[in-house]
Write a protein that binds this ligand. Structure first.
Ligand code: UGA
Length: 440
């Protein structure tokens, strides 16, 4: 690498940690700052509080090499680094608007410790025009003669494939108003071979919300189509395949299923609707995207009811709890909604996930039981419901599982099995927008 830079990352959540570890891996010197002492202590001891495939190995390497360090002192991070990323959380408020108090606090903290030129970069997903507010806040709290630039550099990592996404991004977005800051940001990303789009601050901020909302819309669109497939007898797989072959549509994010979850799409669609409304535009399309998404979870409940009729005392096995494979994240996961609904109806729920069991146990405790394998979950179950398409669920031994269950009923919330094959195996099988197989 031509030039290594001193980089601070304020906020050690999912985005902050991955950003920090990856910049260290690129050869930069990174200081991660957080107000949470316990978290910083754990990180100093080499404990990564998040699970992301492949991340721990890189973290251990850069940590051992001293390329990444951790502090509770934003002052130290600001004083020692040229580029300062703000990667604090922006949780949803009850209205759906993001809570920006963490961003504001970070901006003030940075301002109070600014003693020389710095590039301050928004990494957290924030509403359009937040960059302007950050700039005003820093101007207000910093010494008047200190020079700085604010840059928007949104993150496009997806959980479970974050390393791959970060090393081979489709694009790097830079919202920047000064040549000096642009040059530093280009140096920072020099090891990454990816197209770079340089815009004004507001456009970069919008690119992030507009992209996530568009992807959520694509998922809701195919889910709406899957409903029409259910009603008309068509097969959503075939429809999605035919649509996706049009290069203008493309085939990704056309998997119908139980709907999107996670910490990004639900929150960002909500936030984008609110921001647009505040700006004077009622973005009702996004309301419909959310409505369709909520409906998907209810549809799955209906499928279960159609097969089992009265649900009380039925034993339901849930396969997959994280909102997607490759992560232990259960935030706004469809599994949480389904488990709550099933408990409300008096079901006995047993659940299994390769990574997310501990998080679900923290939430539901002894209200449900937990298995260590699909086989355990299937024992005496009336029905299996698949909610996350983990690799190990893609090749289940249906002949064996059938022996364990009260009824061989499989509800596939991710459309990973072939209905015809399930028919041959003697299972009753329901998936989303595809033929129903009745085998009893
Ligand atoms: C998403 C975006 O894909 C990233 O580009 C973005 O950086 C990130 O949000 C963010 O804002 O931080 P993520 O939420 O981690 O990433 O995961 P996705 O792979 O996008 O999946 C989101 C949800 O959509 C999952 O529940 C997944 O199961 C669901 N999904 C995805 C479908 O139901 N159908 C599909 O065809 C694709």
């Amino acid at each position: 690498m031509e030039k290594s830079l001193d980089v601070a990352v304020v906020g050690t959540g999912y985005v902050g940690l991955i950003t920090g570890v990856l910049f260290a891996d690129m050869g930069h010197n990174v200081i991660c700052a957080d107000v949470d002492k316990n978290k910083i202590n754990a990180l100093q001891n080499g404990d990564l509080p998040i699970y992301e495939e492949g991340l721990d190995a890189i973290f251990q390497e850069v940590h051992a090499d001293g390329r990444i360090s951790f502090t509770t002192s934003t002052a130290r991070a600001v004083q020692e680094c040229t580029v300062i990323f703000i990667a604090v959380g922006t949780p949803s408020t009850p209205s759906g608007a993001p809570d920006l108090s963490g961003v504001a606090a970070a901006a003030r903290d940075i301002a109070n410790n600014l003693d020389d030129y710095r590039v301050i970069v928004e990494k957290s997903t924030v509403p359009v025009q937040t960059g302007e507010q950050v700039k005003t806040t820093i101007e207000r709290y910093a010494d008047t003669d200190v020079n700085f630039d604010v840059v928007s550099n949104p993150e496009f990592l997806a959980e479970g494939s974050a390393l791959q996404d970060a090393r081979n991004p489709d694009r790097i977005v830079l919202g920047v108003n000064s040549d000096r800051a642009e040059k530093i940001m280009r140096d920072l990303y020099q090891p990454i071979d990816a197209p770079m789009i340089v815009t004004d601050l507001s456009s970069a901020e919008l690119i992030k919300h507009a992209s996530n909302s568009f992807l959520a819309m694509k998922i809701s669109y195919i889910n709406a189509i899957s409903r029409i497939c259910d009603l008309s007898g068509a097969n959503v797989d075939e429809v999605a395949k035919g649509m996706g072959m049009d290069a203008r549509i493309a085939d990704s994010f056309l998997n119908a299923g139980v709907g999107y979850g996670g910490s990004c799409f639900p929150k960002d669609v909500d936030a984008f609707y609110r921001i647009s409304e505040d700006l004077g535009y009622s973005f009702d399309l996004l309301k419909e995207v959310q409505r369709i998404n909520r409906e998907q979870r209810k549809r799955l409940m209906k499928y279960i009811e159609k097969e089992l009729w009265v649900l009380s005392d039925k034993k339901i096995g849930i396969l997959g709890l994280s909102f997607k494979p490759g992560t232990d994240d259960i935030r706004r996961a469809p599994s949480i909604y389904l488990i709550e609904e099933l408990l409300d109806r008096g079901c006995q729920v047993s659940a299994y996930d390769p990574k997310a069991i501990d998080n679900v146990r923290d939430k539901f405790g002894s209200k449900i039981t937990y298995g260590e394998s699909t086989e355990q979950i299937a024992e005496d179950a009336d029905c299996l419901v698949l909610l996350t398409e983990w690799e190990e669920f893609q090749s289940l031994d249906f002949d064996h599982l059938k022996q364990k269950m009260v009824h061989p009923i499989f509800i596939d919330g991710r459309n990973i099995y072939d209905p015809e094959k399930m028919e041959q195996k003697g299972w009753t099988y329901r998936s989303v927008g595809r033929p129903v197989i009745q085998n009893e």
